[in-house]
Structures are given as C-alpha cells and as structure tokens.
Design a protein around this ligand. Structure first.
Ligand code: BGP
Length: 467
C-alpha cells in the first residue's frame, strides 16, 4: 500500500539550542545547566572548571552557520524546522526583569531566514536546559518563583516572535525530569519524590501559564506539550504484567493528562499517598492548570517491556530503564527499534486525548563512515526512517490526526545523553569528532536525497517495511 500524506502535513527536522548552536558565552548569553554538564552527559554533576572541554561550547556552530544549514533544510524540502530558544540567551540569569536584546536579535535572524525559505518554525521554549543561576540559587523548579520567571520569558518571546512563529512547545520531554532532574529542570540530583513532584507541579503550572499567555497574545498560534513517548509493553499476558505496564506508562502519561485535561488524574492520588508525597497545590494553581494545550507532541525512539515476575534484560540505563523485547533489535546504543510501536503510540494517544498529534522527534543514532569516494551511505538510517514513516502513514489511515513529523537531528549534532558527535542522526554530515576535532564542514548523506524524495512525493514513495 502507498500513502499520500495530507497536503498540510509538516515535514522537517528537530534540534535543540544547546546541541547545535555553540557560542555558549556569546552576545550576553548566561551559562545554562547544559553548559556545566561534565561533557554534556547525564552523569553526576561536576561544576565546570576553567579550561574544561565541553563539546557543546561550539557544538556544530549553528550559531554562525545557520544561513547555510537552513538552505540545506530548504533543499531537502522542509516545510517545518523544530528548534529551541536558549532561555539563557534571553534572560542570562533567568530572574532579571529585562531581557537581553542581543539574544533576542539572534533569533530574529533565524526566524527571518526560515521565513525566506518558507519553513514554518516549531519552537520549544525550554529544551533540556535553563539558566544555571536558577538551578544554583533556586534549586530549579523546586522553587515556585520560577513560575513567574518562566512566564515572563514566555511572554517576551511570544511578543517578539509571534508574527513569525505560530507553533510552540513548552518543555521538552517534561516527563524525563523524573529521571534526569538537573539538566531540564535544575533540580538537584538525588532529590526525593516530594521535591521532584513538587518541582514537576511548578513546571506544569508554568507550562499552563505559558499556554494562557500564548492564547492571549497570539490567538492564531498553536501551543503543545512534549513528552518522551516510550510506550511499555507487558512482557507476558499475566494480568500483573498488564497492570505493571499500565502503571509504567502512567509515569509519562501523567504529564499529558494534566496538560490535556487541566487537572491531576485520579490515579496519582494513590501514588502520591503511597510515596508519602503531599503536594502544595493552591487554588490559583488549580485555576491555572485549566488552560490546556492545543496539540500533543512527543518524541519516539523505542519501546520497552515490563514484567513483575520474570527477569528481563534491561537495555539502556542512561535515561530510562527499558526492558528487552525478544522480537525487536536494538540500535548500537541499545535503543530498541520498533516502527510498529509508533503506530501504536499514535493511536493510543489519539484515543486518549482526541487532540492533534505531532511527532517532533524520531531517528536512529548511528556511527557513519565516510567512504573512499567521500560519500556517506547510510542505508540503515533510510531503512529506519522509512519503516517509521510508513507506520505514520498507517496511523493516518487509522484516522489519527497527525500534524507533522520532524526527525531528530536532521544535521549531525551533539548527543544529549552521551555528548558524543559520533552518535549521528543527520541527513547532513558534520565533520567533527567526539574530541572536537574536524573542520565543521557539512556534507549531504545518501539519506539527504532519500528524505528529499519522501517529502516531494508526500510520502508516496515509502515502502512497506521488509518483514
Ligand atoms: C531526546 C532529546 C533530544 C535528543 C534525542 C536523542 O530524548 O529530546 O535532545 O538528543 O533524545 O537522544 P541522544 O542525543 O541521547 O541520542
């Protein structure tokens, strides 16, 4: 079967400021949480010492290279580009009253460039970073004061860029702060459940306030949430496994439930009680949460299995514990590849929320080799993306409303979980290695031409996955 995706379907790629821009201390930018990560990893936090190497300091230097990079996206036929604004460029410390004009001016240039090429920006307000000052002096989202700071930041960028940016996301993979609290949420590692969930509550209120501000200031724009949509399957049909998988999925669906419905789901009452968590939720908070999102967005890379009574292999311990599935293969980084799972997640989320969905990340992190002819023949990436996009086509046939698809890292960038350059996702190769060596030159991979043809044919040339 072949599919023609709807004409209004948005095609493109997704990035995050701290993984592409570099220029970490340029034009008045303050330090962010991602600038002090030891080599950008999710490991134990060590404060940055003078002279330390952090690959993100330069990343792929999108800060200066953006006109050429955006031209390459346009050449592939992108109609959409997901990027994030570095909060610490706009408010270097996070708690100032006035924004940094140089930081604002930088994104003016980016959005103007995208407009020139007819590419719609999809902008994340906070993608795995926040001004470091907010983490060190306020313990990040554990402090209620951040709600005010974040709303101020959101209002400033809506007012400044709203004439060009009509698609917004609040927090990247908001559910991941439960597992990696420092990078995205500035919450000290080792915080107990009380601290973590109180922080998550503040973040959910801040997200709802940003949604309200967007609706007020930009009535013709749309704003969504963003979750890591790694669905967990029961390992067996034992009812205990079915229930355990449901509970595991609620770990991430909890965020979507609040952001879509405007109130806490009832299953959390028992969970909080069992964890001894008592949240400080004011009447004003409850009122604020009622402002719900316009669409649901998520990243999709892998699925896992859960069992209560069988020993199962644990595949990736970096961010999430994913139980092995004997029917699936994994990437070189242990991420279980499951194209059909994308159709399952799309149907599942649409059944649950009945809101338009946006797949804002998906892709294969792999080692690419430049061959003797100087080419990169990344057939494995083409196969991965073909099979996932084919399932998006199936989900569209299932009646699921999908706004668009932005593959992760359309240009090679720094990995969030490992800070490697060698974990590559791009259609465009960047000459830089894990030690920061390389010319930063860009090169089209085989997948570049493949994605170009997929977009041109509106998905019609996708192939049914090989069994
Ligand atoms: C998501 C993050 C991205 C991105 C991607 C790939 O979880 O939102 O920032 O990096 O995963 O992960 P990694 O870079 O660790 O391979």
């Amino acid at each position: 079967m072949s599919f023609r995706f709807p004409n209004e379907f948005l095609w493109g790629g997704a990035t995050a400021a701290n993984q592409i821009e570099g220029a970490y201390n340029v034009d008045g930018k303050g330090l962010s949480t991602s600038d002090v990560q030891p080599f950008g990893t999710f490991g134990e936090l060590k404060m940055r010492q003078q002279g330390d190497f952090n690959i993100k300091d330069t990343a792929i230097d999108f800060y200066h290279n953006y006109p050429d990079d955006i031209a390459l996206f346009a050449e592939m036929g992108f109609t959409c580009f997901r990027l994030s604004i570095a909060w610490s460029r706009i408010f270097p410390k996070g708690d100032e009253l006035e924004p940094n004009e140089l930081g604002l001016a930088y994104y003016d240039k980016i959005f103007a460039e995208l407009e020139k090429h007819g590419i719609v920006p999809l902008v994340t307000l906070s993608h795995y970073e926040m001004p470091l000052h907010l983490a060190l002096h306020y313990q990040g989202w554990t402090s209620r004061e951040l709600i005010v700071f974040f709303e101020r930041y959101a209002r400033v960028v809506f007012a400044r860029y709203g004439h060009r940016v009509k698609h917004w996301l609040t927090f990247n993979e908001i559910n991941i702060s439960l597992h990696e609290p420092f990078t995205g949420a500035g919450i000290p590692r080792g915080s107990d459940a009380q601290g973590l969930y109180q922080g998550m509550h503040h973040q959910l209120v801040a997200s709802a306030k940003a949604v309200k501000a967007c609706h007020e200031l930009l009535p013709d724009a749309k704003i969504g949430n963003m979750m890591l949509g790694a669905i967990q399957y029961p390992f067996t049909c034992h009812p205990d496994d079915i229930f355990a998988a449901m509970q595991e999925n609620r770990e991430w669906l909890f965020f979507g439930d609040v952001q879509c419905r405007g109130y806490y789901p009832s299953y959390m009452t028992r969970k909080f009680k069992e964890m001894g968590v008592e949240l400080d939720i004011s009447e004003a908070d409850k009122e604020a949460l009622k402002e719900t999102i316009d669409f649901v967005s998520f990243s999709y890379y892998m699925t896992g299995c859960v069992s209560t009574h069988q020993e199962i292999e644990i595949l990736d311990e970096k961010i999430l514990k994913m139980g092995g599935n004997p029917y699936l293969k994994s990437s070189d980084w242990g991420w279980q590849i499951d194209p059909k799972g994308l159709r399952i997640v799309l149907n599942f989320l649409y059944d649950r929320y009945q809101k338009p969905l946006f797949i804002v990340e998906n892709g294969l992190g792999a080692v690419d080799k430049v061959n003797q002819q100087g080419e990169i023949e990344d057939d494995y990436r083409i196969a991965y993306l073909n099979d996932h996009l084919y399932q998006v086509g199936e989900a569209l046939q299932d009646g699921v409303q999908v706004m668009g698809y932005t593959s992760w890292g359309p240009i090679d960038l720094v990995s969030a979980s490992t800070a490697q350059m060698s974990k590559r996702y791009g259609f465009i190769y960047v000459d830089r290695d894990d030690n920061g060596q390389g010319s930063l030159a860009r090169k089209r991979k085989k997948s570049f031409y493949w994605y170009q043809s997929v977009i041109k044919s509106q998905g019609e040339n996708l192939n049914p996955p090989a069994e």
